[in-house]
Design a protein around this ligand. Structure first.
Ligand code: SF4
Length: 322
């Protein structure tokens, strides 16, 4: 089936096998990268795939840096490379450990749950960690009346509306610049044309967008919903890479974004050429490391999160050629 791949994809697929490399790609990657990946999924699904995968000698993680750091922590014996080390999530950069410490001082004894979209330093201050697909379950697993939660305040709103646990914002201004741009008016317009469509939104979207959507969930949950729905038209509020993946997987359905340029520029820093360079040269600057002092605690909370029920398995969308 290699005839469907371009030359650089074919070379990556050959080298991937030769070098025993596992390529993990986030749902927001360009389709060319999704096609050569071993697994494509959301951050929870990819974190699970990162736990000491058998038979591999290197992991290439096409996602933003904090995701690759999770893989490096969960798989300490296998080197993890990121195709472009400058792929940094601005939301993750937003929360520093000092802010977290100040909040803990303000609410002594209240546990802190951080979204995975945080730096290793901020995670080291947290009692537990969650992804968008596991946030409600993680918060409820704490067994307390209130938690400090952040940094994404829209995800905090989502959790607030799905649990009786009181949610104290770690940072009320923390937002994803891509998802914060979605508006209810975009859906109103689309619904005029497609009244029987199903609208799906990511919980990083503003609460009012969540409230007018038929389903709210992580990109992994979106994939399951689209696979199962009878709706012929599905409207999606998340980054464009996910929409393109769903369009490819479901040619029988009309799958439309709320708006066309919901693009995460950081996720899109990765290219096939950069992946090939990692496979050929293993550049030192692309090797992902986490300061040793943070590793034991973050590993403990990541493993605890991975043990929760969460959601279904990572989607396999690449065509098997090996
Ligand atoms: S889509 Fe938003 S939260 Fe996700 S990596 Fe990009 S900036 Fe960060």
């Amino acid at each position: 089936m290699t005839e469907n791949f371009n030359e650089i994809q074919k070379r990556i697929l050959e080298l991937k096998k030769e070098k025993k490399a596992l390529i993990l790609a986030h749902n927001y990657q360009i389709l060319d990268i999704q096609e050569i990946a071993d697994f494509v999924g959301d951050s929870l699904q990819l974190a699970r795939k990162s736990e000491e995968p058998n038979g591999y000698e290197m992991i290439i993680f096409a996602g933003v840096k904090f995701m690759a750091e999770m893989a490096a922590i969960l798989s300490p014996t296998i080197p993890v490379y990121i195709p472009d080390p400058a792929a940094l999530c601005p939301l993750a950069a937003y929360l520093d450990a000092e802010k977290t410490r100040a909040k803990k001082k303000e609410y002594p004894g209240v546990p802190v749950v951080v979204y995975v979209n945080t730096t290793a330093e901020a995670k080291s201050e947290a009692d537990m960690i969650c992804t968008s697909g596991s946030a409600v379950e993680v918060v409820e697993s704490m067994g307390v009346d209130r938690v400090i939660f952040g940094p994404d305040s829209n995800l905090a709103d989502y959790v607030r509306t799905h649990t009786n646990v009181e949610i104290i914002d770690l940072d009320p201004d923390g937002l994803c610049y891509v998802h914060a741009r979605f508006k209810t008016e975009m859906l109103d317009e689309l619904k005029k044309k497609y009244p029987d469509s199903l609208a799906i939104a990511h919980p990083e979207c503003p609460l009012e967008v969540q409230q007018v959507s038929d389903m709210v969930g992580s990109t992994g949950m979106m994939a399951n919903t689209v696979a199962e729905t009878d709706a012929k038209v599905v409207l999606i509020a998340t980054e464009l890479g996910m929409v393109q993946q769903l369009q490819k997987r479901h040619p029988d359905k009309t799958i439309l974004p709320f708006f066309e340029d919901a693009i995460c520029r950081q996720m899109k820093k990765h290219t096939l050429e950069k992946i090939l360079d990692v496979l050929e040269n293993k550049p030192e600057e692309n090797l992902v490391t986490v300061p040793e002092e943070y590793v034991p605690h973050i590993r403990k909370i990541l493993e605890a999160m991975n043990k929760l029920k969460g959601q279904g398995p990572a989607a396999k969308v690449s065509v098997e050629t090996t």
